[in-house]
Each structure stands twice: as C-alpha cells, then as structure tokens.
Ligand binder design. Sequence first.
Ligand SMILES: Cc1cc2nc3c(=O)[nH]c(=O)nc-3n(C[C@H](O)[C@H](O)[C@H](O)COP(=O)(O)OP(=O)(O)OC[C@H]3O[C@@H](n4cnc5c(N)ncnc54)[C@H](O)[C@@H]3O)c2cc1C
Length: 470
Amino acid sequence: MQQRSEHDLVVLGSGIAGQTTATTAAEAGLDVLLVEKQPTLGGTSTMSGGWFAFSGTPEQAEEGIEDSADLFRRDLLEGGRHLNDLALVDAYLTHQQAAYGFLKGHQVRFREVAISSGMSAARGHNSEIRGVLATLHAAFVAAGGTTRTDTAAQRLLTDGGRVVGVRAQGPDGPVELYGRRGVVLATGGFSRGAEMLKIFAPEQLAAIPYGGRGNVGDGLRMAWRLGAGMADMSFVAATYGSHPDTGEEFHELLTAYYLGAIVVNTDGRRFVDESIDYKALGRAVLDQPDGLGVQVFDSRVRAQSHRGIPLKDMDTLQELGHLHQAGTLEEAARLAGVAPDALVATVERYNLAVAGRATDEQGRTGLCNGVGTLPPIDAPPYYAYPAKALMTTTYCGVTVTPDARVTTVDGEPIDGLYAVGEVVGGFHGATYITGTSLGKGVVFGHLLGTTLAGTAPQGRSGGEREETAA
Ligand SMILES: Cc1cc2nc3c(=O)[nH]c(=O)nc-3n(C[C@H](O)[C@H](O)[C@H](O)COP(=O)(O)OP(=O)(O)OC[C@H]3O[C@@H](n4cnc5c(N)ncnc54)[C@H](O)[C@@H]3O)c2cc1C
C-alpha cells in the first residue's frame, strides 16, 4: 500500500531555488507540489546572508554605482578562471532583470548595496532573506501550491527514459509523487554530506560543518544514478571568516578584510593577499596552524560595522565575545591567541607598504578584488577576530542547459528532469562571487517556472490526489 499523488510539477527542495520555481509556476497556473525533507522550509537559503548579485538596478543608480552586465560578466569569468559554462553565465546576465523584477513584485526590499567577494563594483543587494522566503511561500500557497515537509525524495521514477516522478519517504511511509511536466531538483549542495565531501573534497572536512541540515547531496545522487554529468566538483571550498564557536542561529561570517583588516595566523604572520575571494581565503586558512586566521584591524574599520547586515556586523560579534578589543596591538594579540611581538612587526611592515614605502609582502594592492584604497592599521583601539573556514555551500553539481534541463555525461538532456540552485554545476567555475548563488536560484528558478508554465495548458490541470497503488 503506497500513497501516490500527481501534479503538473514536483519541485524537490524549498530553498530560494525551489521556492522561486514553485511560486513562479504556481502563479502561472500550474499545479505544483513543493517537497521538503526537513520539518521546516528554507534550507541553506534561510541561513544565508541574503545578498543577491544584480547589475544595472535602480538601487545602484541611486547610489551612483557604475556597473554593467559586461563588468559583471568579466568578474564572473575571471573569478571562475574562465572555467564557467558560458551559456549559463550569459543566461544569468540576460535574465537577471526579470528575476530582480520577480523579487520586487513580491515586495522584496534591498536595504543595502555593497561590494564583496569577487566583485569589482558594488552589486551585492542585501535582503532580509527569511522574510523573502516567507513571502514567496505565502504567494505559492495563495496560488494554490501544495507543500509537503518531512518528505525526503529518494529515487527518481522513469518511464521509457523520461523522469515522471519521484519515490520519497514521508512521515507516514513511502510515497510516489508524479509530475506531468517533470521533476525539479532544487535540493541544494552537500555541505553537510560527509560522504560526498570525502569523494570530492576530503581536505574540506576540516572546515566547520554548516549549511542546511538536509543538504547531504540527495539530488546529486539521484541524478547521478541516471547518468547526469557533473561540473565544478574540484572547486569545493569553505568560506573564510567564522569564529570557531559559530552557531546556527546567527549569521557569523565577518569580512572585515574587505574593509581594511589583515589576516594573520597564530604566529602573527600574514599568509595571503586578503583581497582575494573568500573561498580562496578559506583554502589558505585551512593550511594554517589550527586552521585559524585572525582578522586584525583598528577603529577605522570597526566604525564601518553595520548592525544586522551579514558580513559587516561587528557590533553583534563583539557582544557575543567573539571579537576582541584592546588599547594596543600586543593586548589584542594576547586576547586572540596570537604571538604579540610578531603581530606588531607584521603591522609595521604592512603600514609601510600601505604608505608606499615598501612592497606588500603578500602582493595586496586593494581592499577587495584589487579595488579600494588600503588604510593603515594605526588608529586604536585595535580589534582581533579569530576565524576559521565555514563549509557553507558546495556550488557544484549536475550539468544543465540554460533552461535548466539536466544533461547526461554525454550532454544529452534527460527528459523530464530539471535542476536549479546549488545542486547545479558549471555556472561558477573555479569560485563563487557573493550573491550569485541566491541570485542564480532566482534567475534560473524564475526562468524555469516561466518556461514550464509557458508550455502548460491554460488553467490548472490537476490537484493533489491521495491514491492507493496496488
Ligand atoms: C552562512 C551562509 C551565508 C550565505 N550567504 C549568501 C549570500 O549572501 N548570497 C548568496 O548568493 N549565497 C549565500 N550563501 C549560499 C546560499 O545560501 C546557498 O547557495 C543557496 O541558498 C542555495 O539555495 P538552494 O535553493 O539551491 O538550496 P537550499 O537553500 O539549501 O535548499 C535546498 C533544500 O532542499 C532540501 N532537500 C535536500 N535533499 C532533499 C530531498 N532528498 N528531498 C526533499 N528535500 C530535500 C533541503 O533540506 C533544503 O531545504 C550563504 C550560505 C551560508 C551557509
């Protein structure tokens, strides 16, 4: 005896990618089932910083920020070391305005625009992400969508080579969920999947495990079983900048290094150009003693704290006792477990380079991605934030066409199978640029929802039916 239900579309995973696809398709008239393994919705998306990368927005224009799709493209390709799937990059740039419009149409407000990892212009648009996800889900429900939580998809069901549904484990036992238009994998990455990390990036097991509890790579496995291709698997890297005691409720990543901090190891020495992308910094810090890199800065950088804004909220970190403050560099070093004399010498050499009287020992020339003027570190009080690499996300996975059809290792689309969001590989190439993961979830989720609805018959063509299969 097995439960069975049939819909136009079955979407697996309720993060930003799944919810955008589901809401778009439901609002366009399809009967959509959204399936989530966990008891609550949102996955890694709900734990994220809420930054979306878009170029050419009114928010940028209001602040006089010069940016363009061409510059965005250049950053994506340079960051990705030209290993990105160009068709996906170009599809993002072409459809980003529609995705931005979709969010705006669902009352999303961007409260800050900032430069961050891998960008050469300020194009990170910050949202209150939990609110965004709640609004999208409310719209999905209002459009007649059905949601199942506590239901883990396990196997794709095929008929003559076409994916027609999925077998899942629900709270009351096994279920078969059928999608007349197909099945969408929006199951996120495998940041919590020790088995998958062992296969693709064993060195990253040393990072702090993080991301959605359900993100162990189920979607990737299901597609793999059907012969899906994979991309970017060798670029998995944790993100640098989280205190060793990072919890799950507060977004703890700090990127003071993009505001003028240096990063030293416990020996008090710098070991990397701090302006490079924070995934590359994550790799560099894993090689340091105890996997620790301490962000050291002065009151100039501290003054740029923005309470409540992820990556910049030094106020809350200080209240948590994770960010140390001291009148002297030696004292800041002691509080953070760094060799004091070596740190003082390191800062002296750094300040000489910033003043143009020496060459920087790590070749640093700017705040972020080569952009921005470096301030000296000489205005007390001083601050030290010990941080590790956080395994937030994996950003690699199945190969797809720009319209989100999963392709085999031979490049042939698998009929009826789609993938959006972090489960997809190829878009980022060698690295991720801030805001492009929530961004690609909305861009490709909206595009897919629209495409599938465009081929759908007028009006709704079904409803959830609980049936008993023989
Ligand atoms: C601390 C942190 C900060 C971040 N900040 C940003 C940021 O500011 N900007 C940005 O662009 N990116 C950011 N990221 C990355 C970004 O959050 C993720 O890459 C993105 O949210 C992934 O979205 P998704 O919808 O693809 O997957 P998720 O949001 O992870 O959703 C996938 C869902 O699928 C569910 N699922 C998994 N397996 C199954 C199954 N078998 N059956 C049913 N459901 C299943 C999971 O439980 C989960 O709910 C951050 C990540 C972290 C951890």
